[in-house]
Ligand binder design. Structure first.
Ligand code: THG
Length: 370
């Protein structure tokens, strides 16, 4: 597949780490939240996958922008836009939460951080949530402030992330629970650090607000990182599919509802909290979903998914679309994520797919893969 250069401009924002990762060997970017997201470093994607699963990487994920909502009515507004019940949410915790509109369509699948009773960060997937939230706040007359906070996250992912972070920040980091956050001192500033990140190999995310001290922390990790075989990296397509971490715009989008996406545990219809799309979701739930996000295993050795690829059954009936996929070294075949229509969403349903002019067979499975 031919690749093309990306033309940088002010509109396509760089990050505080761009000059660093360009020295560290970044070779490709994508665009996410109007910003540069590295997708490849020197070496193959498969090398980076094995390294991520065995060691530790630091990623520039500044594209995970924070929409801050603060003020008297902020809790009301945050609850209005998510179907996850946040009424018992705690300060110092992160919540993976579907954001939906009045028709229960998915606007974003961010991580929500509760900083205070009246202060929230919504750590966006690729979606212009700020405009949606502002429109609602204006229409409802809510007393809130909504803006993009000046925060640039770097992520430390991999099985050796805890040892690396402990070496630099001390033993208190070990007390952080999954999806918890706290403030840690480095270089004369306090940094919000969460135990989270877009891999299933364990790790942390540093929500960098103080650039000088934050960049010093980034540099310090690389200064001491050799012992842990630290390398620069980025979200890894192979690992994230294997781990079933969904990518907004790829696996799921504004045409889907959260029940189709398998977000059932983040859809709370029985409590009395008020949110957009609640009645619609109740209707969808009682009627049953008509499509479902599923795993696919394909007897092929490579694939490049740049759009949707149609899937058929053995009698050539259209059954759904593959939305992302990659060769997986552990399964030794291509695995992917697909939206499958009723009545075909049975586990083990056989599928046919055409990749680059050649037909292949495969099977559906439940998510997650492992
Ligand atoms: N971290 C932060 N912001 C983000 C992402 C992130 N914004 C964009 C994108 N990633 C949002 N999407 C996801 C998808 C999955 C998870 C986090 C963000 C995730 N899910 C776990 C899982 O599915 O097992 C845990 C969910 C839970 O149980 O609460 O981590 O990565 N800051």
């Amino acid at each position: 597949m031919k690749n093309y250069l990306i033309s940088k401009s002010r509109r396509l924002r760089g990050t505080p780490y761009t000059s660093r990762i360009e020295k560290q060997g970044v070779t490709a970017y994508t665009v996410y939240n109007h910003m540069l997201l590295p997708t490849k470093f020197e070496g193959t994607l498969e090398d980076a996958y094995h390294h991520l699963k065995g060691h530790v990487q630091v990623w520039d994920v500044s594209v995970q922008r924070q929409t801050e909502i603060n003020g008297k009515d902020s809790a009301k507004l945050v609850q209005l836009i998510t179907c996850r019940d946040l009424s018992k949410s705690k300060i110092g915790r992160c919540y993976y939460a579907p954001i939906i509109d009045h028709k229960a369509k998915l606007i974003s699948d961010p991580v929500i951080l509760k900083l205070a009773e009246d202060r929230w960060w919504i750590s966006l997937s690729d979606s212009d949530l700020e405009l949606f939230a502002k429109g609602l706040a204006i229409g409802k007359g809510y007393d809130v402030n909504i803006f993009e906070a000046k925060v640039d996250i770097f992520s430390v992912q991999g099985p050796k992330s805890l040892s690396l972070m402990e070496k630099v920040l001390g033993p208190k980091i070990k007390e952080l629970k999954f999806f918890g956050f706290d403030y840690f001192e480095f270089g004369g500033s306090k940094h919000l650090i969460a135990r989270s990140g877009w891999s299933k190999q364990g790790g942390f995310e540093v929500y960098m607000e103080h650039e000088e001290a934050g960049l010093a922390l980034y540099d310090k990790l690389f200064e001491v990182g050799d012992e842990f075989n630290l390398k620069p990296g980025c979200p890894n397509l192979i690992e994230r599919i294997e781990s079933s971490l969904l990518s907004y715009g790829n696996d799921i989008d504004i045409g889907d509802n959260p029940l189709e996406c398998g977000f059932d545990k983040y859809v709370n219809l029985d409590s009395d909290v008020e949110f957009l799309g609640k009645e619609e979701l109740k209707r969808v739930k009682s009627e049953g979903i008509k499509r479902k996000l599923m795993g696919v295993k394909i007897d092929a050795q490579q694939i490049a998914v740049n759009g949707s690829i149609n899937l058929y059954d053995n009698s050539k009936n259209f059954i759904g679309e593959l939305r992302s996929g990659s060769y997986n070294p552990m399964f030794k075949q291509v695995i992917g994520i697909a939206m499958i229509n009723k009545p075909y969403f049975n586990v083990s349903q056989e599928i046919k797919i055409n990749i680059d002019g050649k037909d292949y067979s495969g099977r559906l499975c439940d998510l997650p893969f492992i």
